[in-house]
Design a protein around this ligand. Structure first.
Ligand code: ADP
Ligand code: MG
Length: 619
């Protein structure tokens, strides 16, 4: 830290008596923050707004979700001269998502300031539209560095009148390789300007930027002591690496988690975890740097609206993302950087609500986790992994609830009366029928993860079908970590898993029925119900033919897409489709030999996920 930097550390929340009026903001801003439901300035706002309004350069360091946008947004709005139709404030953000988020927040804050115009400019959006908007006069420009450079080169964005420049999430922008862009933007700017920099971490490269481009900056820092008093319940579990998904699912069930963020350290892990969760019937999506902006936005909006309830991400991909109501954060891996831990768990327990932070600690992560606890000065309790019985208990209770609700809310239950009679006539007792339905409904079966086999103490003998494959970058969907390996290769079983809420989709039900009627055609005697389960897996494979499909991971295809397309188009039961291996550019899928022609015919010239595919017997 340079000696000139004036440092103000804020160890406690700003005095709750403090109001926005105390910060000498305008009537219009007061009206806006009131409408936005801000009662008091957050600590970073209380400390940063006054020096920024005084015209000082400021370095703000605070974790995600502390209200940094308003901290620089309010002074920015206050300084706009509406009569001057040139850009006067420029904010740089690392991603389109963040640029949009900041623009949105600043628009809300400026709602009562007549004539203030705010525009986000970022890659992936029509440049013509942006040029038109810039021409018509914009006061506050929020952009990603690449697109801002682009506009500067086209001379469609002139910086001559910029009086305030903000780097938001500066460390993230540097991580993303925007250093040169940022430097040339800053060099092109009038000398007489205010430079504000916000960053979650203070690294050497950040300090280099501040020394070069800021004048006598004030450092405003909110340290994370908040963590100690937070409404975040932190618990860790000692888990064998291979059992992490299993344990995670048990925790999700046990605590009825509705919206959660799962963090891991590596990009490629994201996809693996998402698949493992999807295979088990959970609505999960991944977020990592390889996604195109449109896909990223799509994933985020599905998560925000609750269509997806599990978002799996790396630290970098999830930076700055602001979602309320996250009821838990799961650290699938222990982060390499203590700050990351703080950022991760800060995503839950927001806005006065309570949240949970579960850390799955492998043997070789124990040391690092201890370091994190030293750093945050919080002792994290060790949790007990829910047992299989616990989960059965929870699922049963939920199932009973659902059955009760169905009975109470349906008027047409008598439509199904004859079903029971028919089953009884084939020799099943009512108890057998009910038990079979319950088993299907709960979708819960014992798997290779016995309760003793999850934690650290024992050496786990692993049954690994797919290890070789996943090590070579293919995704084989019969990896360990799923329910009951014996039936593992059959996509239909995956389809039959209940969704998180324990209910079946219509489609899944239908598939299940088709399968059963199929079976019955072959063997209508008693016991045909479970015929598949008694059949040796080898025999099944022998009856299968491998097909090549010209769509792969690059097209973001998932097993469900393949099953859906083939089963739907060829009108065959989804459950008859076997192994699915998704590669980068293609997929291999097993279908029953006697259905091959039907599948090839049906799929000819057809599309999967909107992409025209070729399908042929794999050599
Ligand atoms: P950061 O940039 O530090 O991650 P944001 O500026 O995105 O944080 O703010 C996080 C959330 O908190 C936003 O939904 C924002 O509207 C809200 N927020 C900001 N300031 C306040 C405040 N003073 N009181 C209540 N909520 C606030
Ligand atoms: Mg922010």
């Amino acid at each position: 830290m340079t000696p000139e930097v004036q440092e103000q550390e804020i160890n406690k929340p700003a005095s709750p008596q403090l109001t926005f009026a105390d910060l000498n903001v305008s009537e219009e801003i007061l009206q806006a923050v009131t409408e936005m439901g801000f009662e008091h300035p957050s600590p970073i706002q209380a400390e940063a707004i006054p020096p920024i309004m005084d015209g000082r350069d400021v370095i703000g360091q605070a974790q995600t979700g502390t209200g940094k946008t308003a901290a620089f947004g309010i002074p920015a709005i206050e300084m706009i001269d509406v009569a001057d139709r040139h850009p006067q404030v420029l904010v740089l953000c690392p991603t389109r998502e963040l640029a949009l988020q900041v623009a949105d927040e600043i628009r809300k804050l400026s709602k009562f300031k007549r004539g203030v115009r705010v525009e986000a400019i970022y890659g992936g959006d029509s440049i013509e539209r942006q040029i038109k908007s810039l021409k018509s006069g914009v006061h506050i420009v929020i952009g990603t560095p690449g697109r801002v450079m682009d506009h500067m080169e086209r001379r469609t964005l002139k910086l001559d009148n910029i009086r305030m420049m903000t780097l938001d999430e500066a460390d993230e922008m540097l991580d993303m390789g925007f250093r040169e862009d940022i430097e040339s933007i800053l060099e092109d700017m009038p000398e007489e300007r205010q430079t504000i920099l916000f960053s979650a971490t203070m690294s050497k490269p950040i300090m280099a930027i501040t020394q070069r481009f800021q004048k006598d900056p004030v450092l405003v820092k909110v340290v994370k002591n908040e963590l100690t008093n937070q409404n975040i319940e932190q618990v860790y579990f000692e888990v064998k690496p291979k059992a992490k998904v299993e344990v995670m699912c048990r925790l999700i069930d046990m605590y009825s988690l509705k919206l959660l963020l799962v963090f891991c350290n590596q990009k490629k892990r994201v996809d693996e975890i998402v698949e493992d969760l999807q295979v088990r019937g959970y609505q999960a999506e991944g977020l990592h740097g390889d996604l195109r902006q449109a896909q990223r936005n799509n994933v985020m909006s599905k998560f925000r609206s609750g269509v997806t309830n599990i978002l799996v991400a790396t630290d970098v991909a999830a930076r700055g993302i602001d979602v309320d109501n996250v009821d838990a954060v799961i650290n699938y891996d222990i982060p390499l950087d203590e700050e990351y831990y703080v950022h991760r768990i800060g995503r839950t327990g927001r806005a006065g609500k309570s949240g949970k932070a579960f850390s799955l600690v492998g043997k070789d992560e124990k040391y690092r986790f201890r370091e994190i606890q030293n750093y945050t000065k919080v002792k994290v309790e060790k949790g007990v992994i829910p047992t299989f019985e616990d989960i059965v208990g929870i699922r049963k209770a939920r199932f009973i609830d659902q059955v009760r609700q169905t009975i109470e809310s349906s008027e047409d239950l008598n439509l199904y009366n004859d079903l029971l009679t028919a089953l009884q006539h084939s020799g099943f007792s009512t108890e057998q029928v009910v038990s079979a339905l319950v088993k299907r409904g709960m979708g819960l079966e014992k798997n290779e993860f016995s309760d003793q086999n999850l934690g650290h103490d024992e050496d786990r003998r692993e049954r690994r079908g797919g290890e070789r494959d996943s090590r070579f970058g293919r995704d084989r969907f019969d990896r360990g970590g799923r329910f009951d390996d014996r039936r593992g290769g059959r996509a239909g079983d995956r389809e039959e898993r209940p969704r998180r809420d324990g209910r079946f989709g219509d489609r899944d039900d239908r598939r299940g029925d088709e399968r059963r009627s199929d079976d019955r055609r072959g063997d209508s005697r008693r016991g045909s119900f479970d015929r598949d389960e008694n059949r040796a897996p080898r025999e099944r494979e022998a009856n299968m033919t491998r097909l090549f499909v010209s769509i792969g991971r690059r097209d973001f295809v998932r097993p469900g897409d393949i099953v859906g397309a083939i089963a739907g188009e060829a009108n065959i039961p989804g459950s008859s489709i076997g192994h699915i291996d998704i590669f980068d550019k293609h997929t291999l899928v097993d279908v029953p030999r006697d259905m091959v022609n039907r599948v090839l015919d049906a799929m000819e010239g057809n599309t999967i996920k909107g992409k025209r595919v070729q399908i042929e017997v794999s050599r």
